[in-house]
Design a protein around this ligand. Structure first.
Ligand SMILES: Nc1nc2c(ncn2[C@@H]2O[C@H](COP(=O)(O)OP(=O)(O)OP(=O)(O)O)[C@@H](O)[C@H]2O)c(=O)[nH]1
Length: 329
C-alpha cells in the first residue's frame, strides 16, 4: 500500500538589510496572490511593531515577533509559532498553504532556514521554497562595507532583487550587479522599483538547495549558531498619545538627518498629527525620509504615535527630548 503524504507547505524567507523593501515586497505579494491562504510571520528588531501595521490585507494571519532578532534571540519563538500553526491546522481550526517570514533587516537568513531542517516536526510539515533577498541599490554599498549581515543575506540568497533602481544611475547599478554576482554567482538576480517583480520569479520556485547552502556555509546544519550583532547598533522606540505638530516633526527630522544621517540605519513610525484625521506613515533611512497620509484613524482606535529608530551610537535621552519637543501645544 502506498501511503500518500500531504505536500509540504512552502516557506519563503524574505531578507534584506534595513529599509531595503521587504515590507513593500510582502504587500505586493499579498495584493497579487488572492487564491492562497498565507500565514505571515513578521519579525522586527525594535520593541514596537510597525511593519505588521503596514502589511495590507486584514484577512491574512499576521504573527508578530518583536524585540529581538529571529536568527538568534527569538528563534525559539519562531519554532513555537510554526508548531502552533501546524497544530491548529491539524485540528482543523485553520488552513493555510504558504508561509512568508519577513526577517529583520539585521538577520542572518541561514539560521532561520536551518530551523526547518533541525526540528523534526517542522521538517516534516514545511519546506523552504526560497530565500529572497531585497537589496537597496542606493545604500547597499555602504552597508556591505560595514555590516556582515548585509553580506550574509546576499551570499545565502536564492533570488536577489536589486530594488530602488530609480535612485541610482545605470553605471552604479551595473557595478553593483557585478559585485553581487561575485558574492553569489548562482542566485537569480532581478532589477526592480518598489519591488515590482513578477510573482512567478519568487513564488513556488523550489530553488532552496540544502547541498548548495552547505557549500556556501559548511556549518549550515550545525546546531550552535552564534550570530553576534554589531553591539553599536541599537533600537529605540517612542510612544505618545498626545498629537504631534507636523511642522516640528519635519524640522526635527531635517536637522537630525544632517547630523546623524550616516548612523541612522532605519527609522519609521505611524504618527498621530494634530489636525489630521488619518495616520501619517513616516519612513526613513539615512538621509532619505518621507511621510505619507495613510488610512483614517478608526473610531475605536487609540490615536497614538509610534516611532522606532535603529542606528549606530544612538543617544536615547537626546532623541527622547527632541521627540517630546514635537508634541503639539
Ligand atoms: N525610491 C524608492 N523607494 C522605495 C522603493 N522600494 C521601497 N521604497 C521605500 O523604502 C522604504 C523602506 O521600504 P520597506 O518596504 O519598509 O523596507 P523594509 O526592508 O521592510 O524595511 P525594514 O523592515 O525596516 O528593514 C519605504 O519608504 C518604501 O516606500 C523603491 O524601489 N524606490
Amino acid at each position: 500500500m502506498t501511503v500518500l503524504q500531504s505536500p509540504k507547505i512552502p516557506v519563503t524567507i524574505l531578507t534584506g538589510y534595513l529599509g531595503a523593501g521587504k515590507t513593500t515586497l510582502l504587500n505586493r505579494i499579498l495584493t497579487e496572490e488572492h487564491n492562497q491562504k498565507v500565514a505571515i510571520i513578521v519579525n522586527e528588531y525594535g520593541e514596537v511593531g510597525i511593519d505588521n501595521q503596514l502589511v495590507v490585507g486584514a484577512d491574512e494571519e499576521i504573527l508578530e515577533m518583536n524585540n529581538g532578532c529571529i536568527c538568534c534571540t527569538v528563534r525559539g519563538d519562531l519554532i513555537r509559532i510554526l508548531r502552533t500553526l501546524v497544530f491548529s491546522m491539524e485540528q482543523g481550526k485553520k488552513t493555510f498553504n504558504r508561509v512568508f517570514i519577513e526577517t529583520t533587516g539585521l538577520a542572518d537568513p541561514a539560521p532561520v532556514a536551518q530551523t526547518f531542517f533541525m526540528d523534526e516536526l517542522l521538517s516534516e510539515k514545511f519546506e523552504v521554497d526560497s530565500i529572497v533577498t531585497v537589496v537597496d541599490s542606493k545604500h547597499i554599498a555602504l552597508h556591505l562595507n560595514h555590516h556582515d549581515e548585509a553580506q550574509e543575506q546576499i551570499a545565502f540568497a536564492d533570488v536577489i532583487i536589486l530594488n530602488k533602481t530609480d535612485l541610482v544611475s545605470k553605471e552604479t547599478l551595473s557595478e553593483l550587479d557585478r559585485r553581487i554576482r561575485q558574492m553569489n554567482p548562482t542566485a537569480k538576480r532581478f532589477y526592480a522599483e518598489n519591488c515590482n517583480i513578477e510573482m512567478e520569479h519568487i513564488l513556488g520556485i523550489h530553488t532552496f538547495d540544502v547541498n548548495h547552502k552547505l557549500e556556501v556555509d559548511p556549518h549550515f546544519l550545525d546546531d550552535h549558531h552564534h550570530h553576534d550583532h554589531d553591539d553599536k547598533v541599537s533600537s529605540i522606540a517612542f510612544l505618545e498619545e498626545r498629537p504631534l505638530d507636523l511642522e516640528k516633526v519635519n524640522q526635527w527630522m531635517s536637522e537630525l538627518v544632517q547630523v546623524k544621517g550616516a548612523d541612522l540605519l532605519r527609522y519609521k513610525g505611524i504618527l498621530n498629527i494634530q489636525g489630521i484625521h488619518e495616520r501619517l506613515v513616516f519612513q526613513g533611512l539615512h538621509m532619505l525620509f518621507a511621510g505619507r497620509v495613510d488610512r483614517k484613524w478608526k473610531e475605536n482606535e487609540t490615536r497614538k504615535s509610534e516611532l522606532v529608530f535603529i542606528g549606530k551610537d544612538l543617544n536615547k535621552e537626546e532623541l527622547e527630548q527632541q521627540f517630546k519637543n514635537c508634541i503639539a501645544n
